[in-house]
Design a protein. Structure first.
Length: 569
């Protein structure tokens, strides 16, 4: 689902267009998105999803969804289901092309046997620690295993025994026989199969040997006739191995192309660390709205369109970079502003009694559902003698340039009346509990017939008509723009923001929100964008703040970046 207003172009698309002009693959384009089902998809995965499905759509090709389910110790059906839901939510589909690497376990095994017969793979008895030791370093070549020169017959017999469960885990592995002196460590006899006596979420106990990613991935691409295997830069050094396996087998050869992954400030996208946040209780599950997971972003009220447009704006590059979080926030706000109806919500209610307004009178004030789009229509909002305003909109001793309500000050109640504060009521502890105000009856609708102006405009909710709801306000999960840098002197969790979640239990909202359902979005005027949370019940509505109305982090980000550059210099 690419942005129809522009034709996307980047170095990957340039490659594809050249190959199409040359007639390669008969002009066919087929991509794939290959997640490992050991967690939930996040905004970083969204870049690959948008790229792979977007390229297939742009060039009238196809994109497969294939789960790389080669490690039964970490994979669960829950993760498969969540990923399918997330990709559909982003707006993409794969028709009947849903595959699993486990679909190919039989073929992968036969190809491994072929390499053994060709003298290009062998069974090794070295332990994992010894294999690492023998591999060498970036500056020193590796050493050949003492088991490297086993005969083809012995290797076939041992590999069969591995398959039939005759050996313990880590007792033996199957390795490719390439070059232990290669400057590319990935070519120093990489492991193809390891023994795992684990139940697989799809194949059960049929297998007790499982292929590594490097062995399964390229061959799976080949089986599916993938033309362009797009992956992030960390797989660049794996490309020679990807090509080696395909060349030795003499099978269909896709082209691997690497691109820079997505990095965002104040955000952790390492799956290992996201798992830590969930399992150690720093967040409330994978779909916690503070998480960068797609399920968390969906629960928070972020739209799939804003994510796609953000990723298309960031583009595809060969060099790693980090995007400011405020850039993503811009696309979220821009999209929500266009599509979200308005409502009144008071997060920190302060009661106001309008002393010159009739006791039993109720007026219906007409509000536009979207001040910038008449197609949204209007709604009637009740106004009465008692209303709530936000506590932050009143100061008894206001600072300079405070344009909201204070004693003797006149402000506008949005689409209602001009109002002046006459008196302040406090409890025995000195806390303000109520304001006594008057309205000018000639200003109904929010305008004065004599032309006088006021600088402050407040949102409000009628006390007898207000709905009592819970609102969860989210801030950035980390205080540090580069949380993983904190590991230099501690743990990345040291930079967690202790105020990333604030719960307001008695927020007052207008009665038009009665009956809303989970996923519905609204802009609470002058506050921000909110989404109805699945935790909502008939007795209690719960709203998540998707994003504040204005960016309060832009200046903070600028100062932090300046300080970071100063320290580096």
């Amino acid at each position: 689902m690419m942005n129809d207003e522009k034709v996307l172009s980047d170095f990957i698309r340039d490659i594809i267009e050249r190959e199409m002009e040359e007639g390669k693959h008969d002009g066919r384009v087929q991509t794939r998105f290959p997640p490992e089902p050991n967690g939930y998809l996040h905004i970083g995965h969204a870049k690959s999803i948008v790229l792979n499905f977007g390229i297939a759509e742009q060039y009238d090709g196809k994109c497969n969804l294939r789960f790389d389910d080669t490690n039964p110790t970490r994979e669960e059906e829950e993760f498969v289901s969540s990923m399918i839901e997330d990709i559909h939510w982003l707006g993409y589909d794969w028709d009947d092309r849903l595959f699993f690497a486990s679909d190919y376990f039989g073929q992968l095994y036969e190809w491994a046997v072929q390499l053994i017969k060709d003298g290009k793979a062998y069974v090794d008895d070295l332990s994992p620690e010894e294999i690492r030791e023998y591999r060498g370093t970036l500056t020193e070549p590796g050493k050949e295993s003492p088991f490297r020169d086993r005969s083809v017959e012995e290797n076939l017999d041992l590999f069969q025994g591995m398959k039939e469960g005759e050996f313990m885990e880590e007792e033996r592995v199957l390795r490719a026989k390439i070059d232990m002196a290669s400057p590319n460590i990935n070519l120093r006899d990489p492991v193809m199969y390891r023994i795992l006596h684990e139940t697989h979420h799809r194949t059960g106990d049929e297998w007790c040997i499982y292929p590594t990613y490097d062995w399964a991935h390229g061959q799976s691409d080949s089986i599916e006739k993938i033309t362009h295997s797009l992956c992030t830069l960390e797989f660049k050094n794996n490309r020679p191995l990807y090509n080696w396996f395909l060349d030795q087998l003499g099978i269909f050869h896709p082209r691997q192309i690497e691109f820079a992954r997505l990095n965002i400030t104040y955000t952790v996208l390492s799956k290992r660390r996201l798992i830590q946040l969930v399992e150690e209780g720093y967040v409330n599950g994978w779909d916690d709205p503070r998480m960068p997971t797609l399920s968390g972003m969906r629960r928070r009220g972020i739209t799939p369109e804003s994510i796609r447009h953000f990723i298309e704006h960031v583009g595809v590059a060969k060099k790693q970079s980090t995007i400011q979080r405020s850039k993503l926030d811009h696309f979220i706000r821009d999209d929500l502003n266009a599509r979200t109806p308005r409502a009144n919500g008071v997060l920190r209610p302060l009661k106001v009694v309008i002393t010159n307004y009739p006791e039993d009178k109720v007026e219906m004030m007409e509000f536009p559902n979207h001040p910038g789009d008449e197609s949204f229509g209007t709604r009637d909002v009740p106004f009465s003698k008692e209303i709530y305003i936000d506590r932050d909109d009143f100061r008894e001793d206001p600072p300079k340039r405070f344009w909201r309500l204070s004693p003797g000050k006149e402000v506008r109640l949005r689409y209602a009346y001009f109002m002046t504060c006459q008196d302040v009521v406090k409890d025995e502890d000195g806390k303000i509990v109520e304001l006594r105000c008057t309205v000018d009856p000639e200003t109904r609708g929010g305008a004065a017939p004599d032309g006088r102006k006021v600088k402050g405009t407040l949102h409000w909710v009628s006390v007898p008509h207000a709905l009592d709801v819970e609102v969860r306000v989210y801030d950035r999960l980390f205080n540090d723009p580069f949380p993983l840098d904190a590991e230099e002197g501690g743990d990345f969790t040291d930079s967690l923001n202790p105020d990333s979640l604030q719960v307001y239990s008695h927020v007052k909202v207008e009665p038009s929100l009665q009956g809303v359902k989970a996923g519905d979005r609204y802009q609470f005027e002058r506050v921000g964008y909110f989404c109805v949370d699945p935790d909502s019940t008939e007795e209690k509505l719960v709203f998540n703040q998707t994003i504040a109305l204005y960016d309060s982090w832009a200046k903070i980000e600028k100062r932090q970046e300046q300080e970071r550059k100063r320290r580096k210099s």
